[in-house]
Design a protein around this ligand. Structure first.
Ligand SMILES: [Zn+2]
Ligand SMILES: [Zn+2]
Length: 148
Protein backbone atom coordinates (compact mmCIF):
# COMPACT_ATOMS: atom_id res chain seq x y z
CA UNK A 1 0.00 0.00 0.00
CA UNK A 2 1.39 3.37 -1.00
CA UNK A 3 0.87 6.54 1.00
CA UNK A 4 1.86 8.67 -1.97
CA UNK A 5 -0.32 9.12 -5.00
CA UNK A 6 0.55 7.53 -8.33
CA UNK A 7 1.26 11.00 -9.73
CA UNK A 8 3.70 11.86 -6.95
CA UNK A 9 5.55 8.57 -7.36
CA UNK A 10 5.75 8.95 -11.13
CA UNK A 11 7.10 12.46 -10.72
CA UNK A 12 9.83 11.18 -8.40
CA UNK A 13 10.68 8.36 -10.81
CA UNK A 14 10.88 10.84 -13.70
CA UNK A 15 13.29 13.04 -11.78
CA UNK A 16 15.50 10.01 -11.06
CA UNK A 17 15.45 8.98 -14.73
CA UNK A 18 16.38 12.49 -15.83
CA UNK A 19 19.27 12.55 -13.41
CA UNK A 20 20.52 9.19 -14.62
CA UNK A 21 20.00 10.01 -18.28
CA UNK A 22 17.62 7.10 -18.87
CA UNK A 23 14.16 7.22 -20.39
CA UNK A 24 10.92 6.39 -18.67
CA UNK A 25 9.11 5.43 -21.87
CA UNK A 26 5.29 5.44 -21.95
CA UNK A 27 5.22 1.64 -21.50
CA UNK A 28 7.66 1.70 -18.58
CA UNK A 29 5.69 4.54 -17.03
CA UNK A 30 2.45 2.62 -17.43
CA UNK A 31 3.85 -0.53 -15.79
CA UNK A 32 5.18 1.66 -12.97
CA UNK A 33 1.75 3.30 -12.62
CA UNK A 34 0.01 -0.10 -12.47
CA UNK A 35 2.39 -1.21 -9.72
CA UNK A 36 1.67 1.89 -7.63
CA UNK A 37 -1.96 0.76 -7.45
CA UNK A 38 -1.28 -2.76 -6.16
CA UNK A 39 -1.28 -3.74 -2.52
CA UNK A 40 0.94 -6.72 -2.96
CA UNK A 41 3.33 -8.22 -5.43
CA UNK A 42 2.06 -9.01 -8.93
CA UNK A 43 3.23 -11.61 -11.41
CA UNK A 44 4.42 -10.63 -14.87
CA UNK A 45 1.42 -12.15 -16.64
CA UNK A 46 -1.09 -10.37 -14.44
CA UNK A 47 0.81 -7.16 -15.12
CA UNK A 48 0.66 -7.86 -18.82
CA UNK A 49 -3.11 -8.26 -18.67
CA UNK A 50 -3.43 -4.91 -16.87
CA UNK A 51 -1.01 -3.25 -19.28
CA UNK A 52 -3.12 -4.38 -22.23
CA UNK A 53 -5.83 -1.96 -21.12
CA UNK A 54 -3.47 0.88 -22.10
CA UNK A 55 -1.19 -0.84 -24.58
CA UNK A 56 -3.38 -3.37 -26.44
CA UNK A 57 -0.52 -4.88 -28.46
CA UNK A 58 1.68 -5.53 -25.40
CA UNK A 59 3.39 -8.94 -25.48
CA UNK A 60 5.32 -10.87 -22.83
CA UNK A 61 8.68 -9.37 -23.93
CA UNK A 62 7.12 -5.91 -23.54
CA UNK A 63 6.43 -6.51 -19.88
CA UNK A 64 9.72 -8.30 -19.19
CA UNK A 65 11.74 -5.51 -20.76
CA UNK A 66 9.82 -2.89 -18.79
CA UNK A 67 10.29 -4.84 -15.55
CA UNK A 68 13.98 -5.29 -16.23
CA UNK A 69 14.33 -1.53 -16.62
CA UNK A 70 12.28 -0.77 -13.51
CA UNK A 71 14.31 -3.28 -11.50
CA UNK A 72 17.60 -1.87 -12.75
CA UNK A 73 16.49 1.59 -11.63
CA UNK A 74 15.44 0.23 -8.24
CA UNK A 75 11.79 1.17 -8.80
CA UNK A 76 10.62 -2.39 -8.26
CA UNK A 77 11.88 -5.36 -6.32
CA UNK A 78 11.41 -8.90 -7.48
CA UNK A 79 9.86 -11.27 -4.97
CA UNK A 80 11.74 -14.45 -5.78
CA UNK A 81 9.64 -16.88 -3.77
CA UNK A 82 6.49 -15.97 -5.68
CA UNK A 83 8.16 -14.80 -8.89
CA UNK A 84 6.37 -11.49 -8.74
CA UNK A 85 7.14 -7.80 -8.56
CA UNK A 86 6.46 -5.08 -6.04
CA UNK A 87 6.93 -1.33 -6.20
CA UNK A 88 9.63 0.24 -4.04
CA UNK A 89 8.98 3.78 -2.92
CA UNK A 90 12.48 4.42 -1.52
CA UNK A 91 14.27 4.23 -4.81
CA UNK A 92 16.36 7.39 -4.41
CA UNK A 93 18.79 5.50 -2.20
CA UNK A 94 20.46 2.13 -2.51
CA UNK A 95 19.17 0.09 0.39
CA UNK A 96 19.33 -3.40 1.79
CA UNK A 97 15.95 -5.02 1.48
CA UNK A 98 14.22 -7.82 3.28
CA UNK A 99 10.62 -8.61 2.49
CA UNK A 100 7.74 -9.66 4.69
CA UNK A 101 5.21 -11.48 2.56
CA UNK A 102 1.71 -12.26 3.80
CA UNK A 103 0.70 -15.70 2.63
CA UNK A 104 -3.00 -14.87 3.08
CA UNK A 105 -3.46 -11.54 1.28
CA UNK A 106 -0.17 -11.32 -0.63
CA UNK A 107 0.76 -7.97 0.88
CA UNK A 108 4.50 -7.29 0.79
CA UNK A 109 6.25 -4.98 3.22
CA UNK A 110 9.86 -3.97 2.96
CA UNK A 111 12.20 -3.74 5.87
CA UNK A 112 15.69 -2.32 5.58
CA UNK A 113 17.99 -3.93 8.07
CA UNK A 114 21.60 -3.14 7.37
CA UNK A 115 22.42 -5.46 10.31
CA UNK A 116 20.97 -8.49 8.52
CA UNK A 117 22.60 -7.39 5.29
CA UNK A 118 26.01 -7.00 6.91
CA UNK A 119 25.75 -10.28 8.80
CA UNK A 120 25.00 -12.08 5.53
CA UNK A 121 28.08 -10.57 3.97
CA UNK A 122 30.22 -11.39 7.02
CA UNK A 123 29.17 -15.02 7.07
CA UNK A 124 29.55 -15.32 3.31
CA UNK A 125 33.04 -13.82 3.50
CA UNK A 126 34.06 -16.43 6.05
CA UNK A 127 33.21 -19.02 3.43
CA UNK A 128 35.08 -17.11 0.76
CA UNK A 129 31.85 -16.37 -1.02
CA UNK A 130 31.21 -13.11 -2.85
CA UNK A 131 27.61 -11.93 -2.53
CA UNK A 132 26.30 -10.25 -5.66
CA UNK A 133 22.65 -10.21 -4.93
CA UNK A 134 20.91 -10.99 -1.71
CA UNK A 135 17.25 -11.73 -1.18
CA UNK A 136 15.71 -12.24 2.22
CA UNK A 137 12.04 -13.07 2.18
CA UNK A 138 9.88 -14.09 5.12
CA UNK A 139 6.49 -15.69 4.64
CA UNK A 140 3.88 -15.18 7.31
CA UNK A 141 0.66 -13.45 8.22
CA UNK A 142 0.36 -9.65 8.19
CA UNK A 143 -1.19 -7.54 10.91
CA UNK A 144 -4.46 -6.96 9.01
CA UNK A 145 -4.96 -10.67 8.35
CA UNK A 146 -4.27 -11.56 11.99
CA UNK A 147 -7.10 -9.28 13.06
CA UNK A 148 -9.49 -10.25 10.29
ZN1 LIG B 1 13.05 -0.92 -1.75
ZN1 LIG C 1 -2.31 -10.28 4.97
Amino acid sequence: MQTESTEQLIKRAEIMCQRRGVRLTPTRREVFAILTKQDGAVGAYDLLEMLKAEVPNAKPPTIYRALEFLQAQGFVHKVSSSNSYVLCSHFEKQHPVQMLICSLCGNVQEIHSSGIHQEFINQAEQKGFQVQHQTVEALGVCKQCQHA
